[in-house]
Design a binder for this molecule. Structure first.
Ligand code: M6R
Length: 606
């Protein structure tokens, strides 16, 4: 989604803005632009395409020189990606950049047209620029507050006023925005990595707060124009965490970071060999009070929820419904008092997941957030919170975040099963110890990834493929399939292996490779029968299976072996070859692995 940056200080503002925007590229974008005060005038340069296109544009139009300005990467919502729709947008006195959606922009635009304003772009953003200008009467904060009262929707804004050449203004409603504080300089940004090379100190703006940044002061006001004091936070990530560190892509680096991410996420939540989730507000008493559990999330986070469902139901015998957040929020779910709604999100800002959380709370359910981004909206609004400690995930395709989401799902399931008396302490300790061993298993697997590369090479020219599995392997195949399609652009679906013959098997031919996941001993022979059925119909079969499961050699073309662990824990090691297959297929197809087309890292609009 769109990225906002802003700078006030002594450095060359254009350099700082471009540098900071490059740290937000992972969010996904299709155009970029900056506005910088040059000799007291606002100079805007913008371009469709990547930051390199913007830099090329500056070669011809001139590179703005100044110390104060705002910048933006746009992920198109209203109006196609084009030069004219790129941000910044301007009104008479105001130039601004925007993240989010203005829901009532049409009504506001009609009003402003009646007032004689003319529009250049198709964007909702230009409406905001014109509206703030309309209200501007010498006091920028007052104009921003007045305009914000008219605006419906979720947004964050970075604004400069023609009359205030050394100041930038910012407002946040739903979309995230931070204010970075350095020595005699300050910043605004959509996310921490954008400012890490300059400062680690920042304020997190709350909804409807307005920041006013000049070189020597940073003031924050509430929506009633009252100055407020805020806690200065310090980012616990360093630049290394946000750099590729010699890996060709962030995705590959993040796949390799998984063992450490698991260790960091689970270490402090295990006491004497048993799960200990009290610091997250999860007690035995609370766990025993929940009737039903809902897990609500989007994309990969939702797939982690599907693994969670299998594990919770198997161990704790509590019914779990997994819901796609965009469906949950509009289907009038039967959820309320006595229910627990778990929201899983890497970014903690996904619009549908946030809306689902609020709906669950309104209905009287208790909410638990499993979130990676510290201080994000979902983290702050949930009743209980379990942070995953994956560090910054930059690649759009989620890998290490999924891994740690699963890790905390396991801890939660173990604790719940223990609280419900469904497993003994000894059984629980055995499961916990198995979980603690997973990082070593994965580290070992990452030492030899040739088979995954070979599998990717065999798929590179495929038009379409199927992932199949049963039980936890089906849950895993959903994630494998999403990973492949989002970065390789090869169509793929995941299917419950036993469901194939109810229609989908008609698609099978020599042109439809199948990736079969077989890690669950009790279901293995059932899936093997399904594998033989697709093999007999010409499919090229890649088998991902546990070391101890035997499959006849003529049932597959290529086998990727996953070291044995407790079958319940197999999704953690078994997802690694699926991630690597997706990664190398994308590389071999020459795609932009970390920033796949049309996708955004943080989906802050519904
Ligand atoms: O930040 P979230 O975990 O809430 O994001 C949810 C999905 O948008 C995300 O997992 C998406 O599916 C990834 N691109 C998958 O790799």
């Amino acid at each position: 989604m769109c990225g906002i940056v802003g700078y006030v200080g002594k450095q060359n503002c254009t350099d700082v803005l471009i540098n900071s925007l490059s740290r937000l590229e992972y969010r996904g974008y299709d155009s970029a632009g900056i506005a910088v005060f040059e000799n007291g005038e606002i100079k805007v340069v913008k371009s469709k395409g990547r930051l390199t296109d913007l830099s090329a544009r500056m070669e011809t139009e001139g590179r703005p020189s100044g110390n104060v300005g705002i910048g933006h990467t746009r992920w198109a919502t209203h109006g196609e990606p084009s030069d004219v729709n790129s941000h910044p947008h301007s009104g008479a006195d105001v130039t601004l950049v925007h993240n989010g959606i203005i829901e009532n922009y049409k009504k506001l635009k009609e009003f402003l047209i009646r007032e004689g304003k003319e529009f250049k772009s198709e964007t909702d953003t230009e409406v905001v620029a014109q509206l703030i200008s309309y209200y501007y009467n010498g006091d920028p904060v007052e104009a921003i507050i007045k305009a914000s009262k008219d605006i419906e929707g979720s947004f964050a804004l970075g604004v400069v006023f023609r009359d205030f050449t050394d100041t930038i203004f910012a407002l946040r409603r739903e979309s995230p925005l931070i204010v970075g504080v350095g020595e005699d300089e300050s910043f605004i940004a959509s996310d921490v990595p954008a400012i890490l090379q300059y400062t680690r100190n920042y304020y997190l703006l709350e909804p409807n707060e307005i920041a006013v940044l000049s070189p020597y002061s940073t003031k924050i006001y509430d929506q009633h124009y009252q100055a407020i004091e805020k806690e200065l936070k310090t980012a616990d990530w360093d630049m290394d965490a946000a750099e590729k560190q010699g890996y060709e892509h962030f995705m590959l680096k993040e796949i390799h970071e998984q063992p450490t991410a698991i260790k960091t996420t689970i270490a402090s939540r295990i006491t004497d060999g048993l799960p200990d989730l009290e610091e997250c507000g999860i007690t035995c008493e609370k766990l025993n009070s929940f009737r039903n559990i809902f897990i609500v999330a989007c994309g990969t986070a939702m797939h982690a929820g599907v693994v969670g469902k299998y594990v919770i139901e198997k161990l704790a015998r509590v019914p779990v419904v997994v819901d796609i957040a965009s469906e949950f929020r509009y289907r009038e779910p039967i959820v309320g008092d006595g229910d627990l709604v778990i929201i899983i999100s890497q970014s903690g800002e996904t619009a549908d997941s946030l809306a689902a959380l609020r709906l669950a709370k309104e209905n009287g359910a208790k909410t638990l957030a499993i979130v990676n981004a510290k201080g994000s909206s979902i983290a702050r609004e949930a009743d209980m919170l379990m942070y995953t400690h994956a560090g910054p995930e930059i690649a759009v395709a989620s890998t290490k975040a999924y891994m740690v989401q699963i890790a905390v799902m396991y801890l939660f399931a173990f604790e719940l099963a223990l609280a419900k008396g469904k497993i003994s302490e000894d059984e629980c300790k055995k499961l916990v110890s198995g979980l603690q061993n997973i990082p070593d298993v994965i580290s070992g697997m990452l030492e030899d990834i040739d088979d995954s590369q070979y599998a990717a090479a065999s798929l590179v020219n495929a038009d379409s493929l199927l992932y199949i599995g049963r039980g936890l392997d089906y849950a895993l195949s959903m994630e494998g399939s999403l990973k492949l399609k989002e970065i390789s652009y090869i169509h793929s679906e995941s299917y419950a292996a036993g469901e194939l013959k109810h229609g989908t098997i008609s698609l099978i031919s020599e042109n439809m490779p199948v990736i079969a996941v077989v890690t669950q001993p009790e279901l293995a022979q059932k899936t093997v029968s399904n594998i033989k059925e697709v093999k007999a119909r010409g499919a090229y079969v890649i088998l991902v299976c546990s070391a101890s499961i035997t499959v006849d050699e003529d049932a597959y073309d290529l086998k990727l072996v996953v070291p044995d662990t407790d079958p319940l824990l197999m999704p953690m090691p078994a997802v690694v070859p699926l991630q690597l297959i997706a990664y190398y297929t994308s590389v071999l197809r020459g795609n932009d692995v970390d920033k796949p087309r049309n996708l955004a890292k943080s989906v802050t609009v519904e």
